[in-house]
Design a protein around this ligand. Structure first.
Ligand code: PRX
Length: 646
């Protein structure tokens, strides 16, 4: 599959030079930056001056592979860097967050407003017993309180764990328990396409079995009825009305934990990726300013949800550290109509737009008439993240959104990398649709073969990061062995990304997608094992194997092959019931598009499920090599049955 994708990408020969007008005003105008950054540590030391440190660090990097410490001895506070230093000067009256609600309500928080609310909320958390080092889980919609809650935690030095609002009660419970969080911050509900998604009800269900939570703070967003448990639950607005606006930012060590963010891997249990403070803040601030060419007057809009790493690094920490004006939108792009994105760009004169290929493919499908009906002349730079962008979508984005005027930064990175790792610099890098181009200055990314040796230009292999970088994950929460075995064991000292890639004869990188058992659905990582565990939890299921199947809009969709327990009858509605079961266990993002019942799964003689063959079947291709199968007839029968039913 990867080879096919690659061939399609590499037939792409179009090159778009950085527009001269853009270059002339760009924050980075000369390729000399790459040469300067060849001394990586010096480069990162210089970038560290972007921040205000309470105590300066003494050593840039202590590398005890694979454990890194950056800016050793430094003391700082992330919220202080995002707020306090801006309110000392003219930026205090600059819009920090412009919020657009799904129903068209809006709210602007200046840096001063945000500083006040964050300080107050930090005092609320303190009054609930939250201290430096305590974990706080945040389960909120895309509303300013999500950023306020994150920054309030950071202000106290209490690591947050944001759980995407679309995750189920069970997924929330697992994450609370893994982090042993003391406080949960949620909302009554969130607005979703005119309806209400019941966050508090989910939270209540999650808390049945999450004993570490002592208090729940509830933001009133929809005004719907919710049950409040006396002694445990408090309303955000009530607590805030009594809270002092004075709360000094706690100095934390550069290596103190800023947050945990759970992400899927190749096992059934999500990993708590740990990010610390100093290196992370340096990484996200530098990349945000240089890649998005940030100017004071920009209106910057990243459409990700704060529940994902993109929201952490490029809605909250990077942009606010840089004093940017950040737009935040609560709802879906088709509510109330399919021009909602473009109406918002027009309304706020958005100048930088950062979104995902899956969203672009959706707009493409809806048609150019929606963006064409709006004034998009304020846009000057576009970005993408989350998955490889197919050249067709790139060209559409360039033409209909950027109106052939805006450079596109295709940014490759991961929850684990914390910051963008490969990307164009928009004033200097020639763009090739479908390629995330080259590593960011000071970052060493390579394509290696199975022995960990770099492949020659023009070849493909595994994508690795071969030198530590400031925003890198430090460990897996509570499980350093898993950190080592997941990322560093294949080739000692080299970080394995889990992606396959090729670099072309110009040295441009083309990311192909995951080479492990992780599916990328609409730019979000789903572990096949996670979905399989959810399915096997259904009383009728004996065994399940999930794969990623190519999908026009989502990039990949989950397809599941299921064997039923003996004596189970396939009755009407069983497929729907199982899909609903996965939604309840994990969340709608993991819901399989197809569930297919089979008497047996194709396995090797040692019992390993041959997913490659399942992918061939699901995508209707001729079957690849079947010689290692224990029983070749299984796969032929499966193929025929699939062809009949699909
Ligand atoms: O496979 C790569 C893909 O998304 C994975 C990381 O997923 P996650 O940790 O959820 O973070 C997504 C947002 C940073 C990567 O291993 N990916 C991300 N960006 C790109 C990409 N694939 C190709 N091109 C990209 N620009």
């Amino acid at each position: 599959m990867e080879e096919e994708k690659l061939e399609a990408l590499l037939q792409e020969t179009r090159v778009f030079q950085a527009p001269e007008g853009f270059r002339q005003q760009a924050n980075v105008q000369s390729t000399a930056v790459y040469a300067e950054a060849e001394n990586r540590l010096e480069f990162w030391a210089k970038q560290a001056d972007r921040l205000e440190w309470f105590e300066r660090w003494s050593t840039v990097l202590e590398w005890n592979s694979p454990f890194a410490k950056w800016f050793v001895g430094g003391k700082l506070n992330a919220a202080y860097n995002c707020l306090d230093r801006h309110v000392k000067g003219w930026r205090r009256n600059k819009a920090a967050i412009i919020f657009e609600g799904e129903n068209g309500d809006s709210r602007v928080l200046t840096y001063q407003d945000l500083h006040r609310e964050v300080s107050q909320f930090a005092n609320v958390l303190k009054s609930l017993g939250v201290q430096k080092g305590d974990r706080v889980t945040i389960y909120l919609p895309m509303i300013p309180e999500a950023a306020i809650a994150m920054l309030a935690c950071a202000r106290l030095g209490a690591p947050h764990s944001v759980v995407f609002g679309g995750f189920s009660a069970e997924a929330l419970r697992d994450r609370i328990n893994d982090a042993q969080a003391k406080v949960l911050i949620t909302a009554d509900g969130s607005n979703r396409r005119g309806g209400v998604y019941p966050l508090k009800a989910n939270a209540d269900a999650a808390l049945n079995g999450a004993g570490s939570i002592e208090h729940v703070v509830v933001v009133q967003r929809t005004g719907g009825q919710v049950s409040m448990q006396a002694g445990r639950d408090i309303w955000y607005h009530e607590a805030m009305s009594n809270a002092s606006v004075v709360c000094p930012a706690e100095p934390v060590d550069a290596e103190d934990m800023l947050y945990i963010l759970y992400t899927s891997g190749t096992t059934g249990k999500p990993k708590g990726v740990v990010h610390t403070t100093g290196g992370y803040m340096v990484g996200v601030s530098a990349t945000h300013e240089m890649i998005f060419d940030l100017k004071e007057e920009d209106v910057y809009w990243c459409t990700a949800d704060v529940g994902w790493v993109t929201g952490h690094s490029y809605i909250v920490y990077g942009p606010l550290a840089n004093g940017a004006t950040v737009l935040m939108y609560e709802g879906t792009p088709d509510y109330p109509a399919k021009d909602r994105m473009w109406q918002i760009v027009e309304k706020y004169r958005v100048s930088i737009l950062y979104t995902a290929p899956t969203a672009i493919r959706t707009y493409m499908k809806w048609g150019a008439k929606y963006p064409e009906s709006r004034d998009l002349s304020s846009l000057r730079l576009l970005g993408t993240v989350g998955e490889p962008i197919n050249p067709e979508a790139w060209i559409w984005y360039h033409k209909y959104i950027g109106r052939e005027r805006c450079p596109i930064v295709d940014t490759w990175w991961q929850t684990e990398t914390g910051m963008i790792m490969m990307t164009p610099l928009p004033g200097i890098t020639a763009l090739k649709p479908g390629s995330a181009t080259v590593p960011f200055p000071g970052i060493k990314v390579e394509v290696v073969d199975k022995d960990g040796k770099p492949v020659p230009k023009g070849s493909g292999g595994y994508l690795v990061v071969s030198e530590p970088w400031p925003a890198m994950l430090r460990t897996v929460y509570g499980d350093p062995d898993r950190y080592v075995s997941t990322y560093w064991n294949r080739w000692p000292g080299i970080y394995f990304t889990g992606d396959g890639a090729k670099w072309d004869t110009d040295g441009y990188f083309w990311v192909l997608g995951r080479v492990d058992d992780v599916i990328n659905v609409s730019g979000h990582r789903i572990g096949t094992m996670e979905v399989e565990s959810a399915l096997v939890d259904h009383p009728y299921v004996a065994e399940a194997a999930c794969i990623g199947k190519n999908h026009e809009i989502k990039g990949q969709a989950v397809a599941a092959f299921v064997t039923l327990k003996e004596g189970t009858e396939v009755k009407d509605g069983l497929v729907e019931e199982m899909k609903a079961h996965v939604t309840a266990k994990i969340g709608a993002i993991a819901r399989p598009d197809d569930i297919f019942f089979t008497a047996e799964l194709p396995k090797t003689r040692s019992g390993k499920i041959m997913r490659r063959l399942l992918r061939d079947i699901a995508e209707g291709r001729t079957l690849g090599d079947t010689t290692t199968l224990a029983d070749a007839s299984v796969v032929n029968a499966l193929k025929e049955k699939y062809a009949d039913e699909a």
